[in-house]
Each structure stands twice: as C-alpha cells, then as structure tokens.
Design a protein around this ligand. Structure first.
Ligand SMILES: [Zn+2]
Length: 132
C-alpha cells in the first residue's frame, strides 16, 4: 500500500497531521475527528450532514493557509528591506566591481529564486495584498 494519503475532509497530507486514519473509501485525520466530535457535542440531538462537516474542515484549512501567507508576507518584507540595505552598504563600502559586492548580489539573487518557488497560492495571496 504505497502512495500519498490525504485526509478526505480537510485535504491535509498524512505528514501534516499527527494521525491519519485510513478508511475503506476515504481517510480522516485526527484534527477532523476532533472537529466532528466537537460538532456532535454542540447539539447532540441534531445530526450533522457530511456537507456541514466538510465545509467546516475546509474553512479551518483556509484560515490556516491565510495565516501562513501572512507570516510569509512578513518574512518577505523583511527580506526585501534587509537585502536592499545590505546591497547599498556593500556597494558603498567596496564598490560595484569588488568580489564582496558580487558575492552579496549573487546571494540576493539566489534568495529571489527561492521566492519564485513559493507555492502558487501563497504568491497569489501576496501579490493581491501588495495592490494598493
Ligand atoms: Zn482532516
């Protein structure tokens, strides 16, 4: 039984959760089990539809991704301002033709390559936030 396994409710990969329980048709993670348990406790007389459970799991996952994007955005802002400052310092101190300046520039460009590889959804959220 190889291959990747995901929670059928929130879509998380098995490596993202503490436990993934495999079912005959779908899998469910420990977080979604807890969520369903909580929903049953809210009003035990009312049976929750599968749709309701699914939409709550998705909503929670979306909030998590949004929080991740915010953190990424903050890290990037810091990265851009710091790299700009470092580039200016190195240029003024050593001159554009110096090896040190070239190394600094190469490091900044390498970090920019890393930014390009960020997940597409996170980048989309970031560029949307950047629009005034
Ligand atoms: Zn789940």
């Amino acid at each position: 039984m190889g291959g990747d396994r995901y929670c059928g409710f929130c879509g998380k990969h098995e490596t993202e959760v503490a436990r993934l329980i495999a079912g005959p048709i779908a899998n469910i993670c420990n977080e979604c089990v807890e969520l369903q348990h909580g929903m049953l406790n809210e009003d035990p007389s009312r049976k929750r539809s599968l749709h309701e459970v699914l939409s709550r799991a998705r909503q929670r996952r979306i909030s998590e991704l949004e929080a991740e994007n915010r953190r990424m955005r903050e890290a990037l802002d810091l990265f851009w301002s710091q790299s700009l400052a470092i580039e200016t310092l190195a240029r003024r101190a050593y001159g554009e033709s110096s090896q040190i300046y070239q190394n600094v520039l190469a490091a900044i460009l390498k970090a920019q390559e890393f930014y390009k590889k960020l997940p597409k959804a996170a980048r989309a959220a970031l560029s949307q936030e950047e629009k005034p």
